[in-house]
Design a protein around this ligand. Structure first.
Ligand code: NAD
Length: 265
């Protein structure tokens, strides 16, 4: 039985994680954390998630006494602190929070080198992880006459832009085509920017309504274009992958893993 603590437990993702853990047969909700001052503190996590009374109150402190794993989808800047705490307590760490800086990601890798079992993924869905794989392959196979553009759309409450998934897609196509993300990816276009250069990769973020997450990678050349698209219609697509990650880390050696390892693709 995996005993799991959810950080960001009253958020859109947090609630679905709590709900699905309460439904699962091999997992137990061991704790639920929210930020200081959040009105849900002290309330039952299962009830907040629209499930049933779980007996787990939402707290502002990460308590890992009875935990095997921590899933963090919080947005308040405490991801590293939580991960350090979890590794110290021999808990697996599953992080879905996006827009972590390069330095923060390096620190997580160091934590894994020093005994942590960590998975960081910009997107936990199986479909998107296949999209990552296929986008890199197409970018490698098609010559540079195929212009690559990435378009993403999310709900109107999303805080970061472009999405973590779109950034990973950018990294994958750069890798496939031998480009440099920092130099070659152009976020949006405005004004008289001139003709498109062969190597640039356009990145475009749309926001509106309740869209869970759409991502399209376009390869356009003279006379034709190929579009690889993924549309998430439920956050449970990400929850399913995050719970698979918990199961994977249960028997893994220490290390910094990706969903590629979990899904074996
Ligand atoms: P949300 O705003 O609905 O939820 C975030 C929650 O974190 C809120 O309830 C907030 O109160 C809480 N929080 C803020 N600071 C905290 C702290 N210090 N300690 C504990 N909780 C804290 O956002 P969301 O849509 O659920 O997304 C959360 C994050 O997950 C975002 O970074 C988003 O981009 C990312 N995300 C990742 C995936 C994936 O598959 N990796 C999928 C969806 C969303």
């Amino acid at each position: 039985m995996n005993r799991v603590v959810i950080v960001g437990s009253a958020g859109r993702m947090g609630k679905r994680l709590v709900y699905n853990i309460l439904e699962s047969e091999d997992m137990e909700l061991a704790g639920a954390v929210e930020c200081e001052g959040n009105p849900v503190l002290g309330q039952d996590a299962g009830m907040v998630a629209g499930h049933s009374d779980s007996g787990v109150k939402i707290e502002s402190e990460l308590n890992l006494e009875n935990a095997d794993a921590v899933i963090d989808f919080s947005t308040g800047g405490t991801v590293l602190k939580n991960a350090r705490n979890a590794v110290k307590n021999n808990c697996s760490v599953i992080i879905g929070t996006t827009a972590l800086s390069d330095d923060e990601q390096e620190t997580l890798k160091k934590l894994a080198e020093n005994g942590g079992r960590i998975i960081l993924a910009s997107n936990f869905s199986l479909g998107v992880n296949l999209l990552f794989h296929l986008s890199e392959q197409l970018a490698e196979k098609l010559d540079s006459s195929y212009n690559i553009e990435i378009v993403e759309m999310h709900h109107n409450q999303k805080k970061d832009s472009p999405s973590g998934t779109a950034v990973t897609l950018g990294e994958k196509v750069c890798k496939g085509r031998g480009l440099d993300y920092k130099k070659d990816v152009k976020n949006g276009r405005e004004g008289v920017v001139g003709a498109r250069s062969e190597n640039e990769i356009g990145m475009h973020a749309l926001r509106g309504g309740d869209v869970v997450g759409d991502h399209t990678v376009i390869f356009a050349t003279e006379g034709e274009r190929i579009e690889l698209a993924h549309k998430a219609s439920s956050r449970d697509a990400f929850v399913k992958g995050a719970l698979e990650a918990v199961r994977y880390l249960e028997n893994a050696d220490s290390g910094f893993y990706s969903m590629k390892n979990v899904l074996d693709i």
